[in-house]
Design a protein. Structure first.
Length: 296
C-alpha cells in the first residue's frame, strides 16, 4: 500500500521503517529535517511538504507530540485533511486528549473521510521491534481495515470503543504504568538501603505478589537488566516529559468525569518534580533516582 506518514521521531521513525520492511511504500514528512534523513536511510521516501506526503496515499498515519500538532496537521490553515482522498483511511497514533481526537475525527467524517485514533503502548523498544500494542477508537469496520497495517508495526490491536476511546484507554494504561514504576523504584531503594542486592530483590519480587511489568521488562535499577534505559544512564525510551504530559491528560480526564485518582495525582507530582530536576529528557524509569539515599 501507499502510506503517508507524519512524525518520524523516536517512535514514528521505527514504525515507518517497519512498514517499509513489510513491503509498503511510505512517504514521510516531519518538521525536523534530520529525522527525515534518518528514515530515508531505511527506505522511507521524503515529502517536500505535507500535501506531497498524502498524495496518492491509501492510508495516512500520524505520530505527533501534542493535540495542537494533530489539530494543526489536519485542520489548520495549511491542514492536509482536504488534500487526503476521501477513500483514504486516517490513523492517528499520537497520544492526545480524547476530546481533540473526537473533534478531528468528526471533522474528517463531516468531509466524508474515515479516521481512527490508535495510540500505542510499548515504547521505543516496541516500536523498533515491531511489537507495539495499538489501542484504537473508531468505527469497528475502520479498525478492522486498519488492522493489517497496524500488524506490520505491532503485535496487538485492540478496539476500545468509538472515536476517542483509544485515547482514554491509553491514558488509563499510562497512569497505571507510572504508579507501578514509582512503587517498584521505591521498593528497590528500600531494599538497597537495608543492604539487599537489587537484582536479587527483583528476582524475589518477580516470583512473588509484587510482580509487575516494571520489574519484569523495564527494571529501573541500573545494571539489573540489560538493554533498558536504566542501564544506559536512563537514556532512550519514554521521556519523563512525555510521561508528565500523559499524566496531565489523565488528570484532566479525571476532572471531567469527577473520578478519584489519588495515586495518579501523586504520580504526576513526582514526575513533575523529576522534570524540575532537569531530567525531563531522561527515561521515565529515572524516577529511581528520586528515591536515592542522600546523606544529610
Amino acid at each position: 500500500m501507499n502510506i503517508g506518514f507524519f512524525g518520524v521521531g523516536n517512535m514514528g521513525g521505527p514504525m515507518a521503517a517497519n512498514l517499509v520492511k513489510a513491503g509498503h511504500t511510505v512517504t514521510a514528512f516531519d518538521l525536523v529535517p534530520d529525522l527525515l534523513k534518518t528514515v530515508e536511510a531505511d527506505g522511507v521516501a521524503v515529502a517536500a511538504d505535507p500535501a506531497a506526503a498524502v498524495a496518492g496515499a491509501e492510508v495516512v498515519i500520524s505520530m505527533l507530540p501534542s493535540a495542537g500538532a494533530v489539530t494543526g496537521l489536519y485542520l489548520g490553515d495549511d491542514g492536509v485533511l482536504d488534500a487526503i482522498h476521501p477513500d483514504t483511511l486516517i490513523i492517528d497514533c499520537s497520544t492526545i486528549d480524547a476530546d481533540t481526537a473526537r473533534r478531528v475525527a468528526s471533522a474528517a467524517a463531516d468531509s466524508g473521510r474515515t479516521m481512527i485514533d490508535a495510540p500505542v503502548s510499548g515504547g521505543v523498544g516496541g516500536a523498533k521491534a515491531g511489537t507495539l500494542t495499538f489501542i484504537c477508537g473508531g468505527p469497528e469496520a475502520a479498525v478492522e481495515r486498519a488492522r493489517p497495517v497496524l500488524d506490520c508495526m505491532g503485535k496487538n490491536v485492540f478496539r476500545a470503543g468509538d472515536n476517542g476511546a483509544g485515547q482514554v484507554a491509553k491514558i488509563c494504561n499510562n497512569m497505571l504504568l507510572a504508579v507501578h514504576m514509582i512503587g517498584t523504584a521505591e521498593a528497590l531503594q528500600l531494599g538497597a538501603d537495608h543492604g539487599l542486592d537489587p537484582a536479587v530483590l527483583s528476582d524475589i519480587m518477580k516470583a512473588s505478589s509484587g510482580r509487575n511489568w516494571s520489574l519484569e521488562v523495564y527494571n529501573p535499577w541500573p545494571g539489573v537488566m540489560e538493554g533498558v534505559p536504566s542501564s544506559n544512564d536512563y537514556n532512550g525510551g519514554f521521556a519523563v516529559k512525555l510521561m508528565n504530559k500523559d499524566l496531565g491528560l489523565a488528570l484532566e480526564a479525571a476532572l471531567a468525569s469527577q473520578s478519584s485518582t489519588p495515586m495518579g495525582s501523586l504520580a504526576k507530582s513526582l514526575y513533575a518534580a523529576l522534570g524540575n530536576q532537569g531530567l525531563g529528557g531522561k527515561d521515565f524509569s529515572s524516577i529511581q533516582t528520586f528515591f536515592k539515599h542522600r546523606e544529610p
